[in-house]
Design a binder for this molecule. Structure first.
Ligand code: ARG
Length: 581
């Protein structure tokens, strides 16, 4: 399908032709758009800006199909009003396209995105929420634009901590046996409680029994040497954990495909070579036995340089060795031209050092962009990192369950005619949507307060508000009977219709901005603005009771395009839009 030229692109073009230079165009309160560019041009040509602006106005064919009026404002701005017909016609072109006129990138690249990376044999906590939700939205948005996206769930599935666990399992082989009839969520919970129990038990022995400690250390060596029995035991932990992860991701309504789960262990075979290449090229040097990379601008409080440790003095490989090997894999084997890492901001220094090292080693060239997409912490109402009352980190599932419960209360209050089952179904879509939206509508780097009351509120910048706007819209379309949504460019538009129309036309540009800067909150705030404009339209412009059949059709057309835009936009954020609420 053909992409649609937005109103702003058309006007940009028109003004550029009249001006002979590219103007900067933005939306404005005074008119629909404001162009500035006259000032710069006047300066360059030593002309009077207002006079030049007046000349440009002369040259612009106002009152034509596209532009209804142009006015000079201030020292040389142009205030431009689009014609109603152009708005409706542009929207009709969007409506005729499945993709709402959003173009597919002409030259898509390959992006490898590292997100949703929980750790084996450990609980998923609120920290894993943000990486998963943000990463999932970015995947969807980039894929929608035509990018080839390779997902990598870099789970923590390797390391010395497994020695103790494996050794315990060898000595107590039935500890991970399954109950008879576990399924779905229950299976996930059962898996996690087995892992927790095993972890606690092995820890207790490890701390009190020196001989067990020695056997555990020996196990680490066996694991790293690839001893088959040890690997088989390790695999049981990975499989058990995956049952749990999958149950949580199910609840979160995020798809995790098994083939995309390539954890730290996946790069094990490359570690020795990675170190060798770094050492031979002199990028890394031995320092007190450890293989280190130094940076002029990375120093500790004492002023001493803090190196990136690739291999420890005892020969063990660290987190950095794995990440460097993963870069080699993702560039040389997966042919990525963009590498994204959706990881919390506390790991910023790690990624800075890893990227810099990879550049020095020649694994990251100018053709590849590597980007850490850091995100902030979830805070409690007290402004401190979100904890349970007893001060423990919050389990992610408990948080999700609570959100769904709150959503059920809100839905029950609002729609008393729903059956319990309907309430339960919608509560999932509303509760999980609320959590995702609160996360995605916050600009990435910021910490935010996790406040469920606010998140499931019907008023304000919440997913529930957007979902209600969508459902109300759909109910009008259902009630329209034989009246169909049809665009009528010949009809003048009321102010609320124009405002809604201009916003609907911005969908494609909003998405382009999001995929350029990897900031989903720009899409969230666009959708909120759209839902608000729709609410105003709905209050001011009767749809089913419009004065003429044409007006009704045109308003239904606006409703329909709004619904489709909201649904598509929300879907890209990973949020459901129930047809009825
Ligand atoms: N598993 C890590 C954690 O829970 C996150 C992994 C991030 N990705 C990476 N390539 N280092 O903190």
């Amino acid at each position: 399908m053909a992409s649609v030229n937005s109103l702003s692109a058309s006007i940009q073009q028109r003004v550029a032709d009249a001006l002979g230079a590219d103007p900067l165009l933005r939306r404005s309160d005074r008119a629909d758009f404001q162009a500035n560019g006259v000032l710069g041009l006047a300066k360059r040509n030593k002309a009077n800006p207002r006079e030049l602006a007046a000349q440009v106005v002369e040259a612009l064919p106002a009152g034509d199909e596209l532009i209804a009026a142009v006015e000079v404002s201030g020292p040389g701005f142009l205030n431009i009003t689009v014609s109603d017909a152009a708005i409706t016609r542009t929207l009709a072109a969007r409506a005729a396209d499945d993709r709402l006129g959003v173009p597919v990138k002409p030259e898509p690249g390959t992006t490898v995105i590292d997100y949703a990376q929980p750790n084996v044999a450990k609980e998923m906590h609120v920290g894993h929420l943000r990486s998963s939700v943000i990463g999932d939205a970015l995947v969807k948005i980039l894929e929608f634009e035509g990018e080839t996206v390779i997902r990598r769930h870099h789970i923590g599935d390797w390391g010395t901590q497994f020695g103790m666990l494996i050794q315990y399992l060898v000595e107590h082989p039935h500890e991970l046996d399954h109950g008879a009839s576990e399924a779905g969520e229950e299976a996930g919970e059962a898996s996690m409680s087995r892992l927790n129990r095993l972890y606690k038990a092995s820890r207790t022995v490890f701390d009190s029994d020196e001989e067990f400690k020695t056997r555990s250390r020996k196990r680490v060596v066996d694991l790293q040497a690839g001893d088959p029995e040890t690997l088989a035991m390790w695999q049981r932990f990975v499989d058990e954990s995956k049952i749990y992860f999958n149950s949580v991701y199910d609840k979160l309504d995020i798809e995790i495909r098994d083939e995309d789960v390539v954890g730290e262990s996946g790069y094990n075979d490359m570690l020795v070579e990675t170190c060798k290449l770094l050492e031979e090229s002199g990028v890394a040097v031995r320092s007190n036995g450890a293989l280190c990379v130094f940076f002029d601008d990375v120093k500790g409080k004492d002023g001493e340089p803090v190196p990136l440790i690739v291999q420890k003095a005892d020969g063990g490989f660290g987190y950095a060795a794995t990440d460097l090997s993963a870069i080699r894999d993702r560039t040389a084997d997966l042919h990525a031209d963009t590498l994204l890492y959706v990881v919390d901001s506390r790991q910023a220094l790690h990624f800075k050092m890893v990227f810099e090292t990879a550049k020095r080693a020649g694994w990251l060239t100018d053709e590849v962009t590597a980007l850490h997409i850091p995100f902030g912490t979830l805070l409690g109402k007290d402004g401190k990192p979100y904890k349970t009352r007893s001060g423990e980190t919050f389990r992610l599932v408990d948080l999700l369950d609570e959100a769904v419960e709150r959503a059920a209360t809100v839905i029950r209050e609002k729609s008393s005619e729903l059956t319990d089952e309907e309430v339960a179904d919608r509560a999932k879509e509303v509760g999980i949507g609320a959590i995702k939206y609160a996360d995605l509508s916050t600009s990435l780097g910021r910490d935010y307060v996790f406040d469920l009351d606010r998140m499931v509120s019907l008023n304000g910048d919440t997913s529930v508000y957007l979902q209600y706007a969508y459902a109300r819209n759909r109910s009008i379309l259902r009630k329209a009977g034989d009246a169909k949504p049809v665009a009528h460019p010949e009809l003048p538009l009321a102010p609320a219709e124009r405002a809604l129309g201009l916003l609907l036309d911005e969908f494609a540009e909003t998405l382009a901005g999001v995929s350029e800067t990897y900031e989903p909150h720009k899409l969230a705030s666009y959708l909120y603005a759209l839902a608000s404009a729709y609410t105003t339209f709905f209050d001011q412009c009767p749809v089913l009771k419009a004065e003429t059949p044409e007006l009704r059709e045109n308003r239904l057309f606006l409703c329909d395009l709004t619904a489709r835009t909201l649904r598509q936009g929300m879907a890209l954020l990973g949020i459901r839009t129930p047809e009825r609420l």
